[in-house]
Design a protein around this ligand. Structure first.
Ligand code: HEM
Length: 691
């Protein structure tokens, strides 16, 4: 047994070459995680074991996945086979970069574009969707070249493409100065978790947003951002903004300004500069903390990740002990925040191309914003009545800012809280983004519209990001051999086969990430998650303001206390809108749909199994509940062979778990619904309806 376990045949053949570079200890660690991967089991382990698995995996990624820039992933081909000039000049260079293979417009049309909006259930709302854009605009934006490229949709799909062709700027390539890899790309935003989304990315940006009085930032009387004479918001980052995103910018400008007031009260001798600097540190700390122990916990809703994210911030011994004695015991017991020295694992901090790719989450965006009426006297279960639906494209850029000014901050925030965002799955990419007016860096509209679904596929290829299967191998994950390894969804498999044939190596990263089976409770796939595992920790541990300088000398005593006492986005909202969550929010986190049930929290649930805490998954007696209409039910039945289907009606959402069994087992479902299902021609294993 011992022999067969450690013989090379135990390791997936495509992963064996990686072992050649590993130390003995790392090889043993690899064997352990590989064994667990073979059973697909880490997320089902008890929390402690799950955490041990993640710790070991993160260690391997820190050792073997951090490089200054990505390597070249061009594919070699036989030059004898192409001994002629091809029509489009492809294969003139000895390495064919496969930029248009398969054509991005075909994939966008046949696999990505939304057919009907699929939402995220109650797990994630529009504040959560805007939040991650708010973070992306803190971290990354690729610098562009001046040279334009044009993508033309091939005839077979041109009819179905809102833009038959579109132009955009190439990414700016730079020589890295090292032999391998030679080429890299530049980030035009600061990659640090420094709040640059509200403070700006350089001196000019900073000057623009400051009032130079009492350390404060500019904000208008209605609580929203100020605007310049062209109607562009005045903020740290204004590119590709929409109303939900600028609302969060405004909320954190308010947070910065209130921190200035607090600091001024306690430290009356601080001048404008000192107040600004300290308030920026504190506000950036609050943002990073909310992302770590609130947003991410909602995104990856399992006990293991709840424990893991809190350990990243507070350590194994938890908040109470850390508050009492400080950071005394190293990263595991006392957390990454407050480490004596930053740790970069030998590679200077920057954000990787792979990180950018896994954050391509435009499917979170819906087709419309649903405004609720917060002045209404009638509300059921803290759920305000619907007032109006506004198409998303009306909420973007300058037009969106004008709309937001009319709606107002409070109504927009409550509305976003009550609206579920889109699910990260195939056929859910917003159609309106296939005909998008993108912005220049200064927030001005561009004259050339873009098809974002196709452009995103092109970008990953242009940046030499590995395709899905190679990406998995690079992450020491077991690669897929057939489409069935990726998904059980027959419809998806057919569509993949139509485009990629049986060549799983060609599968684009974006398509794989969106098609992948998901761990219960995770809004993203496991492949994307392993990038987060590495980088989410790195953003904290590599930054001296979260490590060496996370102390009262740098933040001030009151400033540090402010970060320590703020745990969630709800705390921030409560500070600025004292009655809002009391009146309109039932759930525990401001990132889940506000009408959903609260959760009882055990912050470091070490004694539990690591599975999803069945948060929104209580079976209900549905007698008396109604689905919105017959069409919706019909539509669900048609799509019932999708792995997880979520449809939101006014009061209930429905999940259908298909299995290979042909028997139906219905739990506490109203007679009407049961009979409907019994007549269903689709073999469904288990059907439950959840609140
Ligand atoms: C209305 C809202 C949004 C608009 C109009 C928008 C638009 C854009 C545009 C035009 C680009 C640049 C495309 C290119 O030239 O490569 C981009 C990039 C990107 N967006 Fe969005 N986006 C929105 C929301 C979001 C959200 C919610 C996310 C969620 C994570 C997101 C994540 C990203 C990422 C990761 C990139 C790549 C950045 C880079 O290449 O450096 N965006 N977006």
């Amino acid at each position: 047994m011992a022999y067969s376990l450690f013989s090379s045949s135990f390791v997936h053949p495509q992963l064996r070459p990686i072992l050649a570079n590993m130390s003995l200890l790392d090889t043993i660690i690899f064997y352990i995680i590989h064994l667990v991967d073979k059973f697909g089991a880490w997320h089902r382990l008890p929390v402690l074991l799950g955490l041990a698995y993640l710790g070991m995996r993160r260690h391997l990624h820190q050792r073997y996945n951090l490089l200054h820039v990505g390597g070249s992933k061009g594919q070699k081909y036989d030059t004898e086979e192409f001994s002629y000039r091809t029509a489009d000049g492809k294969c003139n260079h000895p390495i064919n970069d496969l930029l248009l293979e398969p054509h991005p417009s075909i994939i966008a049309t046949k696999l990505l574009e939304r057919r009907k909006f699929i939402d995220c259930g109650k797990q994630f709302n529009m504040i959560a969707c805007s939040w991650i854009q708010f973070m992306i605009h803190d971290w990354i934006d690729h610098m562009e070249d001046t040279q334009q490229v044009e993508i033309r949709a091939p005839d077979e799909v041109a009819e179905g493409c809102p833009l038959k062709s579109f132009k955009f700027y190439k990414d700016k390539k730079v020589h890295t100065g090292s032999a391998k890899p030679e080429i890299g790309f530049l980030n035009s935003r600061t990659p640090w978790w420094d709040g640059s989304v509200i403070y700006g990315n350089n001196n000019d940006g900073m000057i623009k947003v400051r009032t130079f009085k009492d350390g404060k930032l500019k904000i208008s009387g209605d609580g929203l951002l100020e605007h310049d004479e062209k109607g562009i918001p005045i903020s740290g980052d204004v590119r590709n903004c929409w109303a939900g995103f600028t609302l969060l910018q405004a909320l954190f400008v308010k947070e910065h300004n209130i921190v200035c007031d607090m600091l001024k009260e306690h430290y009356p001798d601080f001048d404008d500069e000192k107040l600004y600097r300290h308030a920026r540190l504190v506000t950036s700390g609050v943002i990073a903390k909310i992302h770590t122990i609130d947003w991410t916990v909602e995104l990856l809703k399992t006990d293991t990740l709840l424990a893991g994210m809190r350990i990243n911030w507070y350590g194994f011994f938890g908040k109470k002990i850390k508050d009492l004695i400080g950071h005394k015991f190293g990263p595991v017991c006392s957390g990454l925040v407050g480490l004596q020295k930053p740790r970069d694992h030998g590679i200077l901090y920057s954000l990787t191309e792979e990180f950018v790719s896994v954050y391509r989450m435009h499917s979170l965006l819906p087709d419309k914003v649903i405004l609720v009426d917060i002045r209404s006297a009638t509300s059921e279960n803290k759920c305000p009545p619907l007032q109006e639906e506004v198409p998303m494209w009306e909420m973007i850029g300058k037009q969106g800012e004008r709309r937001l000014a009319k709606i107002g901050m409070e109504q927009m925030l409550v509305s976003m809280g009550h609206q579920s965002c889109g699910a990260l799955t195939l056929w859910n990419y917003p159609s309106w983004m296939r005909n998008l007016v993108a912005h220049d860096v200064d927030g001005e509209d561009r004259s050339d519209r873009v098809d974002m679904a196709a452009l995103e596929l092109y970008r990953d290829r242009e940046r030499n990001v590995a395709r899905y299967n190679e990406f998995r191998r690079n992450l020491l994950m077991i690669p897929i051999s057939t489409w069935e390894d990726l998904t059980n969804d027959v419809e998806v498999i057919e569509a993949l086969r139509e485009i990629y044939g049986d060549d799983v190596e060609k599968l684009d990263l974006q398509v794989g990430l969106h098609a992948e089976k998901k761990i219960k409770g995770f809004a993203i796939g496991e492949t994307a998650f392993f990038i987060f595992l590495l980088i989410a920790s790195r953003r904290l541990e590599a930054d001296r303001f979260f490590t060496t300088n996370f102390n009262s000398r740098t933040y001030t005593e009151k400033g540090l206390e402010w970060v320590n006492k703020t745990e969630t986005l709800k705390d921030v909202i409560d500070r600025h809108f004292p009655e809002m969550t009391e009146k309109w929010m039932r759930c525990s986190s401001a990132f889940s749909v506000w009408s959903s049930d609260p959760t009882s929290r055990n912050y470091i649930p070490l004694g539990k199994s690591g599975e999803a805490p069945h948060l929104y998954q209580r079976s209900l007696d549905l007698a008396g509940c109604k689905l919105r209409d017959v069409n919706e039910w019909q539509d669900m039945r048609e799509r019932a062979n999708r792995p997880t289907l979520r449809t939101d009606s006014h009061n209930i959402s429905v999940k259908i778990y298909p299995t290979r069994e042909s028997n139906l087992r219905c739990q506490k479902i109203s007679p009407h619904v049961t009979s409907d299902l019994t007549n269903s021609p689709i073999p469904l294993g288990r059907i439950r309806l959840f609140s």
